[in-house]
Design a protein around this ligand. Structure first.
Ligand SMILES: [Zn+2]
Length: 256
C-alpha cells in the first residue's frame, strides 16, 4: 500500500517535470521564432546611440528599381540577389552585435532619398550613387561593403573578386581579408586577386572610409548563377562575409 506522503511527493515531482517540459517548450518556440526573424532579416538594427564609439558596417545592395544590374541566362536579376545576400549578411552582423545598416531594404534606387531635385530625369543613376555615399557618411565611423554580381560575355569566367577604394590603406586590408576568406572556405579553386578601383566605381572613388565592392560571382556562368540563387549558398557566403568583417574590425579598432 502506498503511503499518502509518498503519493504527495510523486504528484509534486510529476507537476515539477511537467512545468520543466512546458518551460523547455516555450523556450523552443521563442528561439524558433527568433531564428525565423534572423533568417528573414527582421532583426532590429542596433540603436544609433550604441554605435557612436563603434564602427558601423554599411551594407549596400547594388542597383534596385528600374536598374536591375546584370541578368543571368535563367532570368536571375542582379538587384534581387544583391538584396537577398545583403539581408543575410546584415542579419548575421546584427546578431553578432555589430552596428550595421543597409542603404536599401526595398527594390528601389535611392536617387530621391534626400529630395535634392524636383526633376531627376537623366540624373537618377548619378544621384543614386551619390546618395549611397551620403548615407554611408552619415555614420560616424563607417565601413562600406557594396554587394554586386558580375557578368561577362564569355560564360567560362566565375568566382568572387573584391575591389577596394584607393583612398585608404584599410580598404585594401578589408578586401584582402574578404577575398582570402571566401577562397579558403567556399571557392578553393578561385585564383582571383583583389583589385584597386578606378574612378568608374563612383562609391569607392568618393568614400574615404574603409570601402570595398564585392563582385560575388558571375551570373553569366550558368553553374555559378544557380549557386548564387541558392539560399544555402547565400547563407554560407553571408557567414564568410560576416567572419571577414568581424576579423577586420577587430584589427581596425585595435589600431585606433
Ligand atoms: Zn552591379
Amino acid at each position: 500500500m502506498i503511503k499518502a506522503g509518498v503519493l504527495k511527493k510523486c504528484t509534486l515531482y510529476l507537476l515539477f517535470s511537467l512545468t520543466l517540459v512546458l518551460i523547455c517548450f516555450l523556450f523552443f518556440i521563442y528561439f524558433e521564432s527568433n531564428k525565423h526573424d534572423v533568417i528573414a532579416g527582421n532583426i532590429k538594427p542596433v540603436e544609433a546611440v550604441d554605435c557612436i564609439l563603434e564602427p558601423t558596417v554599411v551594407i549596400d545592395p547594388g542597383h534596385g528599381g528600374v536598374d536591375g544590374g546584370c541578368v543571368g541566362s535563367n532570368g536571375t536579376t542582379e538587384k534581387d540577389i544583391n538584396l537577398s545576400l545583403s539581408e543575410k549578411t546584415y542579419s548575421l552582423l546584427s546578431t553578432s552585435g555589430m552596428c550595421s545598416v543597409m542603404t536599401r531594404t526595398e527594390d528601389e534606387l535611392l536617387y530621391d532619398k534626400y529630395n535634392d531635385l524636383g526633376d531627376y530625369t537623366g540624373k537618377k543613376k548619378i544621384y543614386d550613387v551619390k546618395n549611397r555615399v551620403r548615407i554611408t557618411e552619415e555614420n560616424i565611423s563607417p565601413i562600406f561593403i557594396s554587394i554586386h554580381m558580375n557578368s561577362f560575355p564569355d560564360k567560362k569566367y566565375s568566382g568572387t573578386q573584391v575591389y577596394f577604394s584607393p583612398n585608404s590603406k584599410d580598404s585594401k586590408l578589408l578586401a584582402e581579408t574578404l577575398q582570402s576568406t571566401v577562397t579558403k572556405y567556399i571557392q578553393v579553386d578561385n585564383t582571383r586577386a583583389i583589385k584597386k578601383a578606378n574612378s568608374s566605381i563612383y562609391v569607392l572613388d568618393r568614400l574615404t572610409c574603409p570601402a570595398v565592392l564585392i563582385e560575388c560571382g558571375f551570373l553569366s556562368n550558368d553553374e555559378e548563377c544557380i549557386l548564387l540563387n541558392d539560399d544555402i549558398y547565400q547563407k554560407k557566403m553571408a557567414v564568410v562575409f560576416c567572419a571577414s568583417i568581424l576579423n577586420f574590425t577587430e584589427d581596425y579598432v585595435n589600431q585606433g
